[in-house]
Design a protein around this ligand. Structure first.
Ligand SMILES: C[S@@+](CC[C@H](N)C(=O)[O-])C[C@H]1O[C@@H](n2cnc3c(N)ncnc32)[C@H](O)[C@@H]1O
Length: 309
């Protein structure tokens, strides 16, 4: 997160977290001038959880209190529930529309109220179930039971704090292309942390090779400042030749080997070096290797011309 803030422009009026996931980036971007914060993720279960945690934290906490998850069997049951209980906003809209056609106005009003209440309850149940799955799963991807011990009381603090911190955030559930086209402006900072290259199957939402290319082609046209994070992959380096590319490493939390690191690249459609100076961190005598108190990074590719200045 320190490198994202270091390489980000010092001033922007809207932040767009295109692949928002846990919301960590939305919450930790360091720019006081922002007047619009957008969090987005294409995973409907995750976005439902974010919305419920923000708008109905008490109902979610109550629902969590009734759920216990002690074994792999419980975990599989939760997963089944999530897989089957997909009731989207589109479904609700359709039901409400049909209600209007099928009933006289007074009965339709009552039916609509019931349907909306029921949908809310279902959302809360779905959110609580999904939250538990994430908290108990291996590496928080909701796929395999990790057998982790969790202190349920901790959930309460986390959800309560999240609800307050996310109160001003616009939450969206769109594919990245539609989202970027909707919110991109000259004064925007668009941050993209897409599913890692060749990590298909790790995330609930499928992201293909064509999607990686589509992402590059979309942000290449952006008017705002764009930053993209990836795992280090030659295919991505090749795809992003028109961007500035920085290399960094972080401890690999998935590895059991001590000192094992994960190689990452961070790319920008603008030259961030003047911003680093402006933030008071001078480049070192060794221009290819910058060492700050938080970690190391180096510029490994400079395009002939920045896409955005
Ligand atoms: C690497 S994770 C983002 C992690 C996030 N930065 C965090 O701090 O938790 C990638 C996210 O992209 C989402 N995603 C996958 N395909 C998408 C799409 N087409 N549009 C928007 N989001 C998508 C996934 O659901 C996943 O949460």
């Amino acid at each position: 997160m320190w490198l994202i803030n270091l390489l980000a422009p010092p001033r922007y009026e809207r932040s767009i977290d295109v692949f928002g996931g846990s919301g960590t980036v939305t919450l930790n971007l360091d720019c006081p001038q922002v007047n619009l914060k957008v969090y987005n993720d294409f995973n409907g279960n995750l976005v439902n959880l974010m919305r419920c945690a923000r708008e109905m934290p008490l109902a979610l906490l109550r629902e969590l209190g009734f759920l216990t998850l002690n074994s792999r069997d419980d975990f599989e049951l939760c997963k089944k529930f999530i897989e089957q209980e997909e009731f989207t906003e589109e479904d609700l809209k359709r039901e409400l529309f049909l209600t209007e056609i099928m009933f006289e106005p007074p009965s339709a009003r009552q039916m609509k109220k019931l349907l909306t209440q029921k949908a809310k309850h279902r959302d809360i149940k779905r959110a609580a179930t999904y939250y538990k799955i994430l908290r108990y799963s291996f590496n928080a991807n909701g796929d395999t039971y990790g057998g982790k011990k969790c202190d349920v009381r901790r959930f309460f603090v986390d959800i309560w704090n999240f609800s307050r911190a996310f109160s001003e955030v616009t939450i969206e559930n769109k594919d990245f292309e539609a989202l970027i086209k909707q919110y991109d402006r000259e004064n925007a900072f668009v941050y993209c942390d897409p599913p890692y290259f060749e990590a298909e199957g790790f995330y609930a939402v499928v992201f293909t090779k064509e999607d990686h290319t589509r992402l590059h082609d979309t942000i290449k046209e952006a008017k705002g400042y764009v930053m993209v994070s990836y795992n280090y992959a030659p295919e991505i380096l090749e795809l992003y030749q028109d961007f500035y590319i920085f290399y960094t490493t972080r401890p690999n939390s998935m590895s059991h080997k001590e000192g094992d690191v994960y190689e990452e690249i961070i790319m920008t459609n603008y030259d961030p070096r003047p911003f680093i100076k402006e933030k008071g961190r001078q480049l070192t005598l060794f221009p290819m290797l910058n060492i700050s108190s938080e970690g190391e990074y180096k510029l490994i590719h400079e395009p002939p011309k920045a896409l955005v200045v």
